[in-house]
Design a protein around this ligand. Structure first.
Ligand code: T4K
Length: 367
């Protein structure tokens, strides 16, 4: 029985990666903004049509660096509870207060109108998430953030190469943060990036990921941290970038088949995508109840198929987070989180694998 995991890391050919490593063995320059990090930054700038890309050691530190640079402790950040832990914990880590509001029932992303209703004089920013790479309602969020003069940060961990209205999604907002973790459609083993269109923001953030140093060791301008990407990570990124379109096309085919087969099943809700270009990295389905979801998850596991409950429970529901946050009612997020299961989707799968997964779900729902 072929085991199917929620995802499986794509690796480049070993030969190609080793070609890059050869140079590292020669120069012995393996971190601290080496050649490969510079090359990858340039390539991503052109790929994403943005003026500035700051590569980091992971997506979480990228979120922390952005929050740290923008806000003083104690400020309120309006955010979504339907996300991975890192979105919420990075807010807490910077001694800021998450204010949870509900999501839209069809896109699963933060509802801009709920954001607007939650704004107080303590609000300093908005942290929205393009969940599963599906763009947020960026136009409305921009309107709200402009009117109220709030910083708008996108956790775009899932959204590499995604476009909205023909424009790369990372061009929206004041900052976007990408994750290049091994489980992502494009990865650098571990890694992340901060994207900002504002050259001044870019200049002030670069030292922050390097201890606060500008140019020379003697010039420390702030209390920074070490969040740099290293050369092995960047080399992996350079290799993976070459295969990205090929692999995306493969996932698209599998994703389309899932959508076609699952759309016939009224007991299942699919996310409504509003992207003009998707990256097909997740296949979330929402069952009518937690019981149904758990039953299907078990039946799939019994057949060697391991989906994941991204994102259950809501981050707002953990006791330690409850105590340090503010919460508006989030019944829609709760319903989605209780019913959600991300099905296996990766390039090592075939159409028959997809049919097999759907068949198990079908039998279980009808049982
Ligand atoms: N914001 C959002 C919205 C995020 O989703 C994330 C991360 C972040 C921020 C933070 O970004 P980073 O700091 O991570 O860059 C995974 C990832 O660790 C995490 O990056 C990701 N989101 C989250 C949604 O999922 P796990 O605990 O589910 O991963 P794990 O180890 O159980 O792996 C899942 C499957 O992936 C495995 O069953 C097999 C496959 N896999 C995994 C690894 C690690 C591989 O094939 N190879 C591998 O090396 O968290």
């Amino acid at each position: 029985m072929k085991k199917l995991l929620v995802t499986q890391t794509d690796l480049p050919s070993k030969t190609n990666y080793v070609e890059y490593l050869d140079q590292l063995w020669e120069t012995k320059w393996i971190t601290n903004h080496g050649t490969y990090v510079s090359q990858l930054e340039e390539k991503l700038q052109s790929e994403l049509a943005v003026p500035n890309v700051i590569l980091t050691n992971n997506g979480t530190s990228a979120l922390q660096v952005v929050l740290h640079s923008l806000f003083k402790p104690g400020g309120e950040i309006i955010t979504t509870p339907f996300t991975f832990a890192a979105t919420t914990t990075s807010i807490l880590w910077e001694h800021l207060i998450p204010v949870f509001v509900d999501v839209e029932p069809d896109t699963f992303n933060i509802d801009p109108f709920k954001v607007e209703n939650a704004i107080t004089e303590k609000t300093v920013g908005i942290m929205a998430v393009h969940v599963y790479g599906n763009p947020c309602n960026v136009d409305e969020l921009e309107r709200v953030s402009n009117i109220h003069n709030l910083a708008l940060i996108y956790d775009a961990a899932h959204a590499f190469s995604v476009e909205f209205k023909g424009k790369p999604i990372v061009q929206y907002g004041d900052y976007s943060v990408l994750s290049f973790h091994a489980t992502k459609a494009f990865h650098t083993i571990e890694g992340g990036a901060i994207i900002t269109a504002d050259a001044q923001n870019d200049r002030s953030l670069r030292p922050t990921i390097n201890f606060g140093i500008v140019e020379f060791e003697e010039r420390l301008i702030s209390a920074g941290i070490n969040a740099k990407m290293n050369e092995f990570q960047a080399a992996m990124g350079l290799c993976n970038l070459k295969n990205f379109d090929k692999y995306t096309a493969k996932r698209k085919k599998l994703h389309s088949l899932y959508v076609q087969l699952l759309s016939e099943m009224p007991a299942i809700q699919l996310q409504r995508s509003i992207a003009s270009k998707e990256n097909y990295s997740y296949m979330p389905v929402v069952f009518e109840s937690k019981d149904n979801r758990d039953r299907v998850e078990k039946a799939l596991a019994h057949k060697g198929i391991f989906g994941r409950k991204y994102f259950y429970p809501l981050t707002s529901s953990y006791q330690f987070i409850e105590k340090s946050s503010k919460r508006f009612p989030t019944p829609i997020a709760k319903k989605i989180s209780d019913g959600v299961l991300c099905l296996p989707l990766h390039t090592a799968m075939t159409s028959s694998d997809v049919k097999r997964v759907v068949q198990v779900i079908k039998s279980e729902i009808q049982a």
